[in-house]
Design a protein around this ligand. Structure first.
Ligand SMILES: O=c1[nH]c(=O)c2[nH]c(=O)[nH]c2[nH]1
Length: 294
């Protein structure tokens, strides 16, 4: 039997990265999901099992990070994808074509009091407002309002130090890292607020203020735990009719990336969603029974 191999390609899929450009105190952040695919003279690999001259998909993945680091000025996905495609074709004689597909997450700079935040981002349009109501024959009405899928990120003003170290601990202590989370929060009302919309706005602003801090300079977070506690306190302080706040915050890790042949310079991160830390708590006014996770 005679065979033909009319098409073959190989590449790396879903290489996720964060790229931060620091312009003094003002940071520019993007998160990309990069897919590479190359056409190359590699029939002999498929047909004969001979890998000579092959640009490994692992090499392609490393190159995704290297080229991201080399983009020294804040750039678009178009400029980045062109640079990456040209790199593959110009570097490897057997590569005849590079096909690069990039998706950019909708991280959008947060406005705090009308000012663009130095280093704080939210994922545009993802959060949902929630409510859970119960009413019984005795006339008891319970209203628990909240939000879910509020994705927040800051490129600095976060660290994690002083934790227990033993033979299973490898995590370095850091005082400058990306902190990112997708917040789920509920708060139970003891009384009806004058306006549910205004109470919701105040609660959400309380979450943003504790996570991001002011537009200029932000606020330092020593842990997701401490930030979560302050986010909940802000709701109790600003929404007097609330009595109990539940917060769940995954710690979405952006791992410093050392691109091959280069070192991490607070610029390129491996973006991950799994595994992730998961931090949650209920914070109440003293003496008030906590409400449960819904
Ligand atoms: O803010 C953090 N809290 C943790 O509990 C934790 N654990 C971890 O590995 N990193 C972090 N960061």
């Amino acid at each position: 039997m005679a065979y033909a191999l009319p098409a073959h390609h190989h590449g790396k899929s879903k290489v996720r990265l964060g790229r931060v450009w620091r312009d003094g105190n003002v940071h520019h952040m993007v998160e990309w999901n990069v897919n590479t695919m190359i056409d190359s003279d590699m029939e002999h690999a498929f047909v004969n099992g001979d890998n000579t001259g092959m640009t490994a998909t692992d090499t392609q993945k490393n190159t995704v990070y290297v080229v991201a680091q080399r983009m020294s000025q804040k750039c678009t996905i178009e400029q980045y994808a062109i640079a990456l495609a040209q790199h593959f074709v110009r570097t490897y004689p057997l590569v005849s074509k590079a096909k690069i597909y990039v998706e950019q997450k909708a991280w959008t700079r947060v406005q705090q009091n009308g000012l663009p935040h130095d280093h704080g981002y939210a994922l545009a349009g993802t959060e949902m407002r929630t409510v859970y109501v119960t009413y019984d024959k005795a006339g008891t009405l319970d209203v628990t309002a909240g939000l879910k899928d509020l994705s927040l990120l800051k490129t600095t003003q976060s660290g994690y130090e002083g934790f227990l170290r033993d033979q299973f601990t490898v995590l370095p202590e850091v005082n400058d890292r990306i902190m990112a989370s997708t917040v789920t929060c509920t708060w139970k009302y003891t009384a009806q607020p004058p306006c549910y919309d205004a109470a919701y706005a105040a609660a959400k602003q309380g979450l943003l203020d504790a996570f991001l801090g002011p537009a200029r300079g932000g606020v330092y977070s020593p842990s997701v735990q401490y930030t979560l506690y302050n986010m909940a306190k802000n709701i109790l302080d600003r929404v007097p009719q609330s009595e109990s706040v539940f917060l769940n915050m995954p710690n979405l890790h952006f791992i410093p990336c050392n691109p091959v042949g280069s070192t991490f310079n607070n610029d390129v991160y491996v973006a991950t969603s799994e595994p992730h830390g998961n931090i949650e708590a209920v914070i109440t006014r003293k003496g008030i029974a906590p409400h449960c996770k819904l």
